[in-house]
Design a protein. Sequence first.
Length: 369
Amino acid sequence: MHSISLFNWIMWIISILIFADSSSSSSVCKCTNQTLCNVIPAPDKVVLGFSLRFDNYKLYDWSRINTIVPFSKDRQIPMEFICYAHSYGASVLIPPIVSKDIILNVSRHSEAVTDILKDVQKNFADGVNFDFEQPLTADESKLYTMLVAKTRVALLTINTAYQVSVDAAWSPDCIDLRCYDYIGLSKASDYLVIMAYDEQSQMAGPPCYAKANSPYNQTLSGIESYLKSGINSSLLVLGLPWYGYIYTCLSFDNERCQIEEKIFRNSQCSDSAGRQLPYSYFMKVIQNDAIRKWDSDSVSPYINVENMNSTQQMWYDDPLSLGFKYELARSLELRGIGFWNIDLMDYSNTLLNKLMRNEMWETIDVFLN
Ligand SMILES: *[C@@H]1O[C@H](CO)[C@@H](O)[C@H](O)[C@H]1NC(C)=O
Ligand SMILES: *[C@@H]1O[C@H](CO)[C@@H](O)[C@H](O)[C@H]1NC(C)=O
Ligand SMILES: *[C@@H]1O[C@H](CO)[C@@H](O)[C@H](O)[C@H]1NC(C)=O
Ligand SMILES: *[C@@H]1O[C@H](CO)[C@@H](O)[C@H](O)[C@H]1NC(C)=O
Ligand SMILES: *[C@@H]1O[C@H](CO)[C@@H](O)[C@H](O)[C@H]1NC(C)=O
């Protein structure tokens, strides 16, 4: 039902060619070195940082990171940022805005693709990273795959170096009602970025208990499901959290923090009972003499903080827990690792912050070596 005819595809390609021809002369490269506007192809080993802002990037460790996906609010990417990233050979992938309305209405696809191409070309980006996360049925998901495929065909028609990546749930099994066609998406892109975080969006219970954001086991079983579905490990990048959750305990017993019920997409218990906080927050809590504990089931650190009337439990990831998961990506020969997001460290200029940032960057070598 959703297939499009050969004729439509041919008309599509022709319209792209016309578009590519008319637009190629309209953007002016503002890098002092013009070669820095060239499109960079997908690296063999991907180390991807999602980012939120443009004021820290000179402090990123560009010797270890090679792909940036900026989620800035105003969607204006400073040209200096592109020139800077490209001077290190790093790619910049734009997250296109695609709504469910556009995905489900095929007659809106071509305009959407045209907008995406304009955005990529105007910014001298190296391609796109699709981050659509709404519920879709298996039938609807074919249309999402179609839109991604059309975008890729259009980009490759302009320049074969352009990249397309797609963000994927921690497991392919309809997580959060996202019944996406991951095999189709993997064929229509350079790689999927598995979002191995918010893994407690649908927990067992009630009663509901605070748990790790990215437990080792659960992350492993998600990756294995992708591999079992037939997706090649070279098409999978493991995205991991540089943030954690803080939960208020209704009761606290034997390290178990019972939390309130918060329904999320059909699940009675979910991590929306907690609050997300950056890696830098948990480091400050520990500096203030809180005790970092270790949960060997989830291979994750956690902290209990006693307040006057209640206990709070914090679950986060640090270089040790991340290192185990980077090693997992290495041993399973995945295409890469990624982080949501690299602006969640404290970039202010203190010795302690520098040490913490170095430790986080250096842990990436577990995957690279
Ligand atoms: C321009 O940038 C390219 C790619 O980084 C580099 O190889 C080349 O040496 C640069 N040219 C000048 C004149 O700096
Ligand atoms: C699909 O998009 C077209 C073009 O924007 C619009 O005319 C039409 O009403 C839309 N169809 C639905 C079902 O929303
Ligand atoms: C997976 O991809 C790699 C690299 O492209 C290739 O060498 C290998 O043959 C592929 N494996 C399978 C099972 O298709
Ligand atoms: C996770 O790992 C722990 C410790 O290695 C093990 O005891 C537990 O059974 C595992 N849980 C699952 C769901 O695989
Ligand atoms: C602790 O509980 C007491 C009594 O219920 C209440 O008056 C007080 O405001 C609470 N303190 C905090 C910090 O929540």
